[in-house]
Design a binder for this molecule. Structure first.
Ligand SMILES: *Cc1c(COP(=O)(O)O)cnc(C)c1O
Length: 367
């Protein structure tokens, strides 16, 4: 049976050459936010519910994993190895969907400011059966990675498939090229008018760059507001241009009929003001935005990514910049309930390097 996703439907030549495995519940719904939308002063606010992108776990990583795990399976790998910070949604999503696909999952994790979501993701990753390793810095993580790769090569006869941090390789970004084609189909079906702007958090940039490329390829004029939640090299204009070009090159290699294009500078805007002090450290504005979204729409955000993206949207609305505009907020954070079994887990079952996340207090704005 041939899978038809919106990207392959528009460019059938890609279907034969690109790896893909269906994991998600797509398309994700679009909903109008009438109440919160009043801040737009005559504009219309919608949300793209990628929080519901998968049954086992939602959020933006599922779309990337459809291509990334598709490749791991096509290559006959036995395991995948990926990177993140301790509370990484990406490492967790990879663990959950890799295990479902019959692959082992190895997570190489780095320190981050403590939060309730860090504890929950660690327990959920462990529950999903991932091997979790904590390293104190990039150098140690690099050595640890080599060690794990060699170990698995000896035991499995194969290296694990390495997945980039955040899943933001050109292949992973295809998940959001496809998402833009999915949005185009929903606009054509009358689910919402063509938005003038999309707001999304920018961590490793696969989401915002994939969208930017896909919107252009699908003939939409929508601008992408990429709200920085990390420092360079994870998020930067240079990274955006490079990832755009590499993703486009991959598409054109897979299907020479895929159109040529240049990075649309005027339709991509990187916003720096909402990061705060550092990655995963909440800001007053992100905590307020999270509360406002919860109180007005029962829209559940968090402080590391979506709270900062919503803070940017609300700030632009307050300045009058979104008056009479059609705005789409891309909800990248999982809202599926966690496996109740994690409630009963004792954190002592985790490797000792993780225990301090459970023994030390969470950051002040998360208390
Ligand atoms: C990973 C993540 C992002 C950032 O996506 P990138 O493609 O890495 O920029 C945004 N929101 C949430 C909830 C995430 O987990």
């Amino acid at each position: 049976m041939s899978v038809t996703i919106p990207l392959f439907h528009a460019h059938p030549g890609l279907n034969a050459t690109l790896p893909y495995v269906a994991l998600g519940e797509l398309p994700t719904p679009i909903e109008r936010l009438e109440c919160l939308g009043q801040v737009l002063d005559g504009g219309r606010l919608y949300v793209k519910r990628d929080d519901l992108s998968g049954v086992a776990y939602g959020g933006n990583k599922v779309r990337k994993l459809e291509f990334l795990l598709g490749r791991a399976l096509a290559e006959g790998r036995k395991a995948v190895l990926t990177f993140g910070c301790a509370g990484s949604n990406h490492a967790l999503a990879t663990a959950i969907y890799a295990r479902k696909a019959g692959l082992d999952a190895i997570s190489i994790l780095l320190p981050q400011p403590n939060a309730h979501t860090v504890r929950r993701n660690l327990l959920a990753g462990f529950q999903a059966g991932a091997e979790l390793y904590h390293y104190l810095d990039g150098k140690r993580a690099g050595l640890g990675t080599l060690h794990q790769l060699r170990r698995r090569r000896l035991s499995d006869g194969r290296y694990p498939c390495v997945i980039a941090p955040g899943g933001s390789s050109p292949l992973g970004a295809l998940g959001f090229v496809n998402a833009a084609f999915e949005l185009k189909a929903q606009i054509d079906a009358g689910e919402m008018p063509e938005p003038e702007v999309i707001y999304a958090a920018s961590g490793t940039m696969g989401t915002v760059v994939g969208l930017c490329l896909g919107l252009d390829a699908a003939g939409l004029r929508t601008r992408v507001i990429a709200v920085r939640v990390t420092t360079p090299p994870y998020t930067s204009m240079e990274k955006a241009r490079r990832l755009f070009e590499e993703t486009l090159a991959m598409l054109q290699q897979a299907d020479p009929d895929f159109p040529s294009m240049t990075f649309p500078e005027q339709r991509f805007c990187l916003r720096d003001e909402f990061l705060g002090e550092r990655y995963a450290l909440y800001t007053d504005a992100s905590v307020r935005a999270k509360k406002q979204a919860q109180d007005t729409e029962r829209l559940t955000l968090e402080g590391t990514y979506t709270g900062k993206a919503m803070a940017c949207l609300l700030s632009d609305a307050a300045s009058g910049a979104l008056r009479d505009k059609t705005v789409l907020f891309w909800n990248t954070y999982n809202s599926r309930p966690f496996n109740p079994a994690i409630e009963a887990l004792d954190y002592h079952a985790l490797p000792e390097d993780f225990h301090h996340y459970f023994e030390e207090d969470v950051q002040p704005l998360d208390r």
